[in-house]
Design a binder for this molecule. Structure first.
Ligand code: NDP
Ligand code: A1CAB
Length: 268
């Protein structure tokens, strides 16, 4: 695959970088950039990769992974445009930014793949969705997928679904952490020591996730197995329904998808 440059190695960029290293990608084939030189230098020291400027990275690498915030993408693309050629693959991990906008700012024929990853990639349990731009063929899509498979699972989606993907799996870990926080707080309210409440909740979440993965059963079936007639779970679930928690989740994810769409404004 040649040299891979991660342009804008913040939280998500470092997550991908660490996954590539864990999967055995030679550090010598990896390049990082950041706005602050000290950030890029710290990553270079920690992972043994090269810290370069954006233009040097674009001149050096075969695959350019753009991981700056959507609002910073314009400046970055302006900076690298003259150093990108149709031999390069450009992979964007930014929420909201359409491939058509990147293609319009890059030289003709440059292949662009849009990806929505998530942070569990840090523990090789990432979920990423990839979509091909106009000039990207199956080989480009496979190359981008291979990058993301270094730290989790990958699906292909039509680009029109990327706002929904962002709302569900891109932002998804945050909703789960939010639920976990609430359950730990409930344990503390009920008198449990905080470390005990934390262990109970985290293992319960891990167990429930593993059950869904390993049994392949629908979550409704698994939930019903826990819900004894007239029992404790039914009493709790009734409260969640009364407080419209299911509806709140749906509304929240609609807001995330709408925000992803908004982030594209000015990038049409
Ligand atoms: N965090 C997440 O869970 C996910 C994030 N994403 C996407 O990933 C992207 C980055 O998000 P995240 O990692 O959270 O944000 P961060 O702020 O952690 O990282 C952004 C990085 O971009 C760098 N940067 C900004 N401008 C430039 C520039 N002109 N040249 C080089 N580097 C630059 C910053 O450098 P410095 O540190 O020096 O300021 C920083 O390291 C976003 O587009 C987001 O939509 C997608 C899925 C999940
Ligand atoms: O919050 C955000 O905008 C980014 C995109 C998905 C997860 N984090």
């Amino acid at each position: 695959m040649g040299t891979v440059a991660i342009l804008g190695a913040g939280t998500m960029g470092e997550t991908l970088l660490s996954g590539l290293i864990r999967s055995g990608r030679p550090a010598g084939d990896l390049v990082v950039t950041a706005r602050r030189p000290e950030r890029a230098d710290a990553l270079a020291a920690q992972y043994g990769v090269r810290a370069l400027s954006n233009t040097e990275a674009a001149q050096t690498a075969d695959t350019l992974v753009l991981v700056v915030k959507p609002q910073d993408m314009g400046l970055l693309v302006d900076e690298i445009r003259d150093h990108v050629s149709p031999g390069n693959l450009v992979v964007s991990l930014a929420a909201g930014i359409p491939t058509a906008w990147l293609e319009s700012r890059l030289p003709d024929g440059v292949a662009v793949v849009r990806v929505m990853p998530n942070t569990p990639a840090l523990v090789d349990q990432g979920m990423a969705a990839v979509s091909a731009g106009r000039s990207a063929d199956a080989a480009h899509l496979e190359e981008a997928s291979e990058l993301l498979r270094s730290c989790g699972r990958v699906v292909q989606v039509a680009e029109k679904h990327q706002d929904a993907v962002t709302a569900i799996s891109g932002s998804g870990p945050a909703y789960i952490f939010y639920v976990v926080e609430a359950m730990i707080e409930a344990g503390v309210v009920l008198g449990l020591p905080r470390p005990t409440a934390t262990e109970l909740v985290v293992q319960t979440l891990f167990g429930a996730a593993t059950m869904m993965r390993e049994t392949g059963q629908h979550p409704t079936v698994l939930r019903e197995q826990v819900t004894s007639p007239g029992g404790t779970t039914a009493a709790a679930l009734r409260q969640l329904d009364d407080h419209k928690v299911r509806a709140a989740f749906i509304t929240a994810m609609e807001a995330a998808a709408n925000r992803s769409h908004e982030l594209a404004s000015g990038h049409e």
